[in-house]
Design a protein around this ligand. Structure first.
Ligand code: COS
Length: 393
């Protein structure tokens, strides 16, 4: 029996997971080291994902997607992540851009953008800016009515799959005086006149992914707006509720990969006449990592189950993202430590995982933001209990 807790997958979840395992072994894992070294976007893997239904995995079947639930999606993200962190991050970025359209798009927008995504033509989520990431309500890009459409001006930053995606859900202020209640979202084609991608980030990890800016000075037609006018900040947060569970799944893929690297090294490396796992300093480290991965993974699968059941996942999603990413940090750190000098040098998988892991605690809401979300929820619950509104749990 495997030491790390495993979900009991059946039906579509088991089939998708098996398919992901085969594709990872044949296509994604063999590229992992090269993508990192060359900082190269794997267009050939996007083709494989599109051909095998992974690009539009989460998109409903009626729009050409795989129709997978979140509980069926996360084993795929984990499995791909065990073989290649960059490819699992790309897989998630491809799903993230679909959410604003899925949640609030008109039928014609769903048909077009979700159909494109299912074919592997990406839509990216463009919320952050150079001056603000965590404080999403403080974005400065603007949308001003011009003719029959909207003049969008500003620069979106740290866009996952940026440049590789054809389309962008860009969040801009359409009523700056209203703060967070004056933000709207528009679909932007990177080929539109006045849209420029001129900066690709040179990253520490997940170097097979592409992260870019998007400069805007374009006129978007009125029908490019997604969702309600001035109410897109909420739409962004609803999107991130799901995105965070997907980052938790990326984290678990990486953590499991790091654990396997660490455990296999601990039994094969000998020091003082015995395998290093015979020392409690090493065995206990692995025991802690295995325990934490199992606990984090249970939380991840429960968060996905809650989402599929239609429950509010703002808190459990924040917990899953926070805990799974920090467990991945400790797993990658243990792998480097157990690999010793090799772990500090390229090309060692533990070294790559250590760098790949770092962004998991940053994107789609830093660990601090997850704690802030939870802190606010705790405060509200305790205040409600104190005022007699609801019973304390
Ligand atoms: N799910 C759904 N709706 C949410 C929500 C959530 N998780 N969190 C907040 N909302 C709603 C609120 O209910 C509020 O709605 P109303 O306008 O109807 O009242 C609205 O969204 C604004 O919420 P709030 O006032 O709490 O927003 P704040 O500006 O105080 O921001 C945090 C709250 C810090 C939680 C938010 O800015 C955040 O998550 N920041 C991180 C952003 C991020 O992850 N960036 C990375 C981008 S991807 S690389």
């Amino acid at each position: 029996m495997a030491v790390i807790w495993k979900p009991d997958l059946s039906g579509a979840a088991a089939e998708w997971q098996k398919k992901a395992e085969v594709l990872t072994e044949q296509h994604f894992a063999p590229l992992a080291e090269e993508l990192d070294r060359e900082q190269r976007y794997p267009w050939e893997s996007i083709e494989v994902m599109a051909e095998n239904g992974l690009a539009g995995l989460f998109i409903p079947k009626e729009y050409g997607g795989g129709g997978a639930s979140l509980s069926e999606t996360i084993p795929v993200v984990e499995t791909v992540g065990i073989g290649c962190s960059s490819t699992s991050a790309i897989l998630c970025a491809l799903q993230l851009g679909a959410f604003p359209v899925l949640l609030a798009g008109r039928e014609d927008q769903k048909k077009f953008y979700l159909g494109e995504m299912a074919k592997g033509v990406g839509t990216s989520f463009a919320l952050s800016e150079r001056s603000t990431g965590s404080d999403a309500a403080a974005i400065e890009a603007t949308g001003v009515q011009e003719g029959g459409g909207w003049r969008l001006r500003g620069e979106k930053y740290w866009i996952g799959n940026g440049g590789a995606s054809r389309y962008y859900v860009a969040f801009v202020k359409t009523d700056p005086a209203a703060g967070g209640r004056g933000i709207s979202a528009f679909m932007v084609d990177k080929e539109a006149e006045g849209a420029t991608i001129d900066e690709l980030s040179d990253k520490m990890g997940i170097r097979g992914t592409q992260t870019s800016n998007l400069k805007l000075d374009i006129v978007a037609p009125e029908d490019a707006r997604v969702g309600e006018h001035n109410r897109a900040l909420k739409l962004a947060f609803q999107t991130l509720n799901v995105g965070r569970i997907m980052v938790a799944a990326q984290s678990m893929g990486l953590a499991i990969a790091a654990y396997r690297e660490a455990a296999s090294r601990a039994v094969s490396r000998r020091a003082f006449g015995k395998p290093i796992i015979d020392n409690q300093g090493i065995a206990f480290k692995l025991a802690d990592v295995a325990t934490e991965i199992s606990a984090a993974r249970m939380m991840l699968y429960e968060a996905a189950r809650a989402y599929d059941a239609g429950r509010d996942v703002a808190n459990i999603g924040a917990m899953a993202k926070l805990y799974c990413s920090e467990v991945a940090h400790r797993a990658a750190d243990a792998a480097v430590q157990i690999w010793g000098g090799f772990g500090f040098c390229k090309p060692c998988k533990a070294e790559r995982l250590y760098r790949d892991q770092r962004v998991l605690e940053i994107y789609e809401g830093t660990s601090e933001i997850q704690r802030l979300v939870l802190g606010r929820a705790i405060q509200k619950e305790a205040e409600d209990a104190a005022s007699g509104k609801v019973a304390a749990q």
